[in-house]
Design a protein around this ligand. Structure first.
Ligand code: UFG
Length: 335
């Protein structure tokens, strides 16, 4: 049966791919986004769009009064690890206050299901790789800490009010929607794959590798890159699971690639060579993050449809090369 879903941050990278997945399944979507990082051109015409900030409690109250939501998908947040090391307050305050406002408004309106965009940065000192849900929580940065604080708020919202939540700890979201309409476009861009593609096309002079003296096979950091559409698929599956209880899942492919391996893949896919410079380590970075997603595979039958790095990067490249100016170029073209 079609549901009505409030999607905060629905104009952003992961949020917009989840909106597409919800619409493809016949659900109704209301996007709530302040457009600080999101793009209006990423919101499809079939979705309702409210431009507002979660800090604005009156705007939130109006949205909950206007629609009867079955659930909330909560993506809106600051999400850059390095930035959070320079400005911890912006993250510890900004991400939590907005989320607390949202949780209170949802409970008040009787909307008792929430799917939350959490992070692998919760696992700052993993004892076992791949990292499963039993790993100790020890956030690697103020960003990760802010996500953990929200996970705790959701825990108590369940205990005290019966708000069922799913905390999905994403590893590294990557790739673009196969429909060609959505992709990754941050400003400023800080993420490895888009930056390496820009170095391949000459839009940037080189890619700087943040440290090549980590204790890994080639000295560079290892990450688990998961296709955004596989993340989106997981969101729809947990929505059904929330009928019964709150859940937490780690979401990745279960395979790690080093920064150098990502660069090689971009070179293979684009057929161009990427100039590289070695720089210092970036504060807040963890050497190895690889997910075990056995629990969501077992419980909900989730499995990645795009597990292979080259195919994830090929999709990212298809979007990036078709839209060299990202959504900005698209908005301009439409005018
Ligand atoms: N990197 C470089 N050079 C760059 C950019 C990145 O060497 O110019 C390296 C980073 O040091 C890191 C890897 O590439 O080792 C990936 O970096 P990203 O910035 O693309 O992603 P992060 O791993 O820092 O963070 C991402 C999300 C976070 C999330 C985290 C979970 O942005 O929101 O994955 O693993 F918390």
């Amino acid at each position: 049966t079609p549901k009505t879903i409030l999607v905060t941050g629905g104009a952003g990278y992961v949020g917009s791919h989840c909106v597409a997945e919800l619409l493809d399944h016949g659900h109704r979507v209301v996007v709530f986004d302040n457009l600080r990082q999101g793009h209006v051109a990423a919101v499809p015409p079939e979705a309702a769009f409210v431009q507002a900030d979660l800090a604005d409690e009156a705007a939130l109250a109006r949205v909950f009064a206007e629609w009867r939501f079955d659930a909330v998908f909560h993506f809106a947040a600051l999400s850059v690890v390095g930035e959070s090391m320079r400005d911890p307050h912006a993250y510890l305050h900004g991400n939590t206050v907005t989320s607390l406002n949202l949780i209170r408004a949802a409970v008040k309106a009787g909307v008792m299901k929430l799917v939350f965009s959490s992070t692998a940065n919760l696992f700052g000192s993993p004892k076992r790789i791949p990292i499963d849900e039993d790993e100790a929580i020890d956030p690697g940065s103020p960003y990760g800490e802010s996500k953990f604080m929200i996970e705790r708020a959701l825990h108590w919202a369940d205990r005290c009010h019966g708000l069922r939540s799913a905390c999905l700890r994403y590893f590294n979201a990557a790739g673009a929607h196969p429909n060609g309409k959505l992709g990754e476009d941050h400003s400023p861009e800080t993420h490895l794959i888009p930056l390496v593609m820009d170095a391949a096309t000459g839009k940037r002079p080189h890619i700087e590798i943040f440290g090549d003296d980590y204790d890994t096979h080639d000295g560079t950091c290892i990450r688990d890159y998961i296709h955004v559409c596989d993340l989106a698929d997981a969101h729809l599956r947990v929505l059904d699971a929330l009928e019964e209880r709150s859940v937490r899942y780690n979401l990745g492919n279960g395979t790690g690639y080093s920064v150098r391996e990502v660069i090689s893949s971009v070179e293979r896919i684009t057929g161009r060579s990427v100039p590289v410079k070695i720089g210092p380590r970036r504060p807040g970075d963890l050497p190895v993050l690889i997910a075990s997603s056995e629990r969501i595979r077992r419980d909900l039958g989730w499995q990645p449809r795009f597990p292979d790095l080259d195919s994830i990067i090929a999709g990212a490249w298809a979007w990036r090369s078709a839209h060299p100016h990202g959504f900005r170029g698209l908005a301009a073209a439409a005018e």
